[in-house]
Design a protein around this ligand. Structure first.
Ligand code: PSU
Ligand code: MN
Length: 304
């Protein structure tokens, strides 16, 4: 059977030559950022990688085909079309129906690992939702990382989630969580969630070393690399707390549930903060793309 994935020529060549590649997700573009800033952002993330000599592998499903690396038209499509939000379990359905989907962290990590891309940059990871004890709402991002050997650089998980429970689940799933130059787990817009983690590293090379050790041990998990936003770029903590409280109240009043919860909260927060959360959001993603580039470079040097 031939592979159902379509790897772009640029990504395939880079992988064959052992050059650095970084995967990027499409749900953040399609459902996580407002138009038209989302298209600018998608292009900018790819450009940050290119300027460092790293090949961008933006991942999405277009007309049923999982694509690893998009051309300019593909990037425009994920930013402008109303696409399904696609997690791992949606992939076979999109494929059979030949429809398009923007891939979450879960589906992106899964597809990246199948294509041999080992480093992935995103903004924030999905996790355990507040109230999950009743709703069982836990993002498949966590379970996908248990089966996808990819180092995912994020600024932790948003404080809209239950961060303590998310860290517990990552422990259960045997997914390493490593702070980049910190043992304070970040909460996306803020540097410190109040939760500490066991391990930190000081360099991209050290993360590549952990990836190598993980392979040598025969582990198949990914790695969560937690990269806090620089202090002078973080959101004002008081405004953050105030807007989040409003967002929860609005979600409750609107009766939003399931996979609509994350996009609802993110959209509400952008509006209620007068766009401030969006600027911080973009700084976070850029910062993560830069660190992912460094890790991919270290990985390609380590592997060659
Ligand atoms: N967190 C963010 N921004 C996002 C998402 C999460 O700060 O855009 C997106 C990611 O694509 C993530 C998905 O994989 O939401 C998680 O959604 P859910 O909780 O429905 O699994
Ligand atoms: Mn969910």
């Amino acid at each position: 059977m031939t592979s159902p994935l379509r790897v772009s020529a640029a990504v395939a060549d880079a992988l064959a030559d052992g050059r650095p590649v970084v995967a990027l997700e499409s749900t953040i573009i399609s459902h996580g950022l407002p138009r038209p800033r989302n298209l600018e952002a998608a292009r900018e993330f790819e450009e940050i990688l290119r300027s460092r000599g790293v090949t961008a592998a933006t991942i999405a499903v277009l007309d049923g085909v999982p694509r690893i690396g998009l051309d300019a038209e593909g990037v425009e499509r994920i930013a402008s079309e109303d696409m399904a939000k696609a997690s791992v379990r949606d992939l076979p359905i999109l494929s059979a129906k030949r429809i398009s989907g923007a891939t979450t962290v879960a589906a992106t990590a899964y597809l990246a690992s199948k294509a041999g891309v080992r480093v992935f940059a995103t903004g924030g990871l999905g996790g355990v939702h507040r109230g999950a004890g009743q709703t069982f709402d836990e993002s498949a991002d966590l379970s996908a990382l248990a089966i996808s050997p990819v180092a995912v650089v994020s600024a932790g998980v948003k404080s809209v989630l239950d961060i303590g429970a998310t860290l517990e689940r990552l422990e259960t799933l045997s997914v390493p969580v490593i702070g980049y130059r910190t043992t304070n787990f970040p909460s996306f817009w803020l540097r410190d969630s109040g939760h500490t983690i066991d391990w930190s590293v000081d360099s991209a090379a050290e993360i590549a070393e952990v990836m190598h050790s993980q392979d040598a041990l025969g582990h198949g998990q990914g790695i969560v690399v937690a990269n806090p936003i620089p202090l002078d770029q973080q959101w004002d903590p008081d405004e953050h707390d105030r807007v989040l409280a409003q967002a929860f109240a609005a979600a409750e009043a609107a009766g939003v549930h399931g996979k609509a919860v994350t996009p609802f909260l993110l959209g509400f927060i952008v509006d209620a903060s007068g766009g401030k959360s969006l600027e911080v959001n973009l700084d976070i993603a850029r910062n993560n793309v830069r660190l992912a580039a460094d890790i991919a470079i270290a990985w390609s040097e380590r592997a060659s």
